[in-house]
Design a protein around this ligand. Sequence first.
Ligand code: ADP
Length: 635
Amino acid sequence: MAQSTPTPHKHEFKAEVSALLKLVTNSLYTNREIFLRELISNASDALDKARFEGLTRHDMLGRDAPPEIRIEADAARGVLVLEDSGIGMTEEEATRNLGTIAHSGTLEFLRRLREQQDSGQKPDVNLIGQFGVGFYSAFMVADRIDVYSRSAHPEHAAVHWSSTGDGTFTTAPAERELRGTRIELTLKEEAREYLERVRLEHIIRRYSNYVMHPIKLAVRDDKGDLDGEERQINEASAFWARSPKDLSEDDYKSFYKHVMGGFVMPGDEPIAHLHFSADAPIQFHALLYVPGRPPADLFMEDRKSLQLFARRVMIMESCDKLLPLYLRFVRGVVDSEDLPLNVSREMLQEDRTLTAIRKQLTRKVLRLLADLAKDKPEEYTRLWRSFGAVLKEGIHTDTGHQDELVELLRYKTSTSGDDLVSLADYLAAMPEGQDAIYYLTGDNPDALARSPHLEACRGRGYQVLFMTDPIDEWVVQDLEKYKDKPLRSISQGELDLPEEDKDAEEATKEFAGTLERASELLKEQVKQVRVSRRLTESPSCLVDDEGDLSRNMERILKMANQQVPGRKRILEINAKHPFVQAVHRLSAEQPDDPRVATWIELLYDQAALAEGQIADHAGMVRRLQSVLSEVARRT
Ligand code: ADP
């Protein structure tokens, strides 16, 4: 080949590239460090292509060249060099590939930007951060880019591509023996930080730690002398892409630490992990963990979620589109071959690949939880105590998986003490004759355990589920039934417990006058006074009417500063209780005795007190004292 100095060919960038370049170079860009991720990814792709072609082409240049990416920071020249031994480019390829925009991510980016400009908005620089803009992102940090490349196909000469990002670039033949590409970035004055070892190592590890090919870094000082040895910075092996067979528990634990940002407190070790690869319809690897304890940001808007990688390159530090919200406690990484590197958050929302991944992940995680519940109930209990309230949201939001989710529910009950009971356990323990699942909602299990509403169920040996998470109010509304057994609140509506009905009906007739008197007297406080079918020990209790908001729901809505419609509850009295009978006798025999009113009010007081909410403390104390004095007088 004649080696007279050839005149470089001058080219103009395609129109869209010029537009992009202007933007990239002129925008104050906060996250410009991603240029390195983009260049490393290109180099890694080029290495993959070379390996692939090498399988079939035997005449490839540099067949034995070690596949690696070398980065050299030269402070003396102010140049950052990236070199790979990949497939390389011919002059024609360099002109085409580096002069036009091929990928859809960038085109989409430009389209949006133009939209913004057309509608008179100021271009949003953050938009750039949401898109990778590939090779051109290097103009954010470089005044000038020189690319020296030699194709692996030996018949082509090397090329020198050069541009200052001003609308044109040149290509010319170049001297280069080795196959692959060398990119020299002449850094802008304000981008000299990208010559510092610490900075470079940090960026490489952050985005490209798991790129399969070794990334080596050498740093030269102001005099051009090597500052330390050249060394490999990345792990160069994606932990999640390895076979679970080759990994130990300790390996998983240490990777968990990495996922959690490098620090795990003793006792916070993961409860379980899930590691698998899928091939169809979408290829991806997933390594997920259930943390040992709820992360502090579990209920926060900007909490951390799964890390998303595309071909070993991190594209999103926290992607909340990979799992439904009710599985937000799961942490880990997902890596797909099928995702574009240049992808925005908005695009991810509609991305079919992502939707398919999410579907599979959801199924797998639910199966993991079900297996855990079956095989390691203690671990599952731990998980439930930490994340049960979050998981329950799924009953409300993901009807498609309701059947699986129902089996995962656990509750304390009126007979379980501190233990948790599943709905299946509950059914299995139901005595003959019980035909509903009874529950009580409230804010704390100890208070529920003292509730008078439990009495009828207790007498019959029926268990009552204690539902103490706000979300439970939604769970019972959505669920209605479990295996044909209706869910019934024991503090709402009539409790139809068959044998009791006759007694209650008779008592209602017998007590009619007293009930009427009480209803009239308490009409400000309650909408009705009736004979109870649920009390066996306490004289009275308050219940919510069928179809009304439960008291617990009212409390929750008030906590959330919601308007709560005013409504009255129902006072139930226990016709078998001696005090209630005394009230009845007195009201029938001496209707004008002032004690009748006092005692009726006391029945209301004690029902309210049993729930811990007394409006008229002073009045109650007065009424109580009068009864105490009377008891004293009689004894
Ligand atoms: P993308 O990588 O998304 O296609 P880029 O602008 O980053 O977009 O790169 C454009 C094209 O230039 C690449 O698709 C590839 O064909 C070529 N290219 C870039 N860097 C290299 C490299 N180091 N070795 C070989 N080809 C490269």
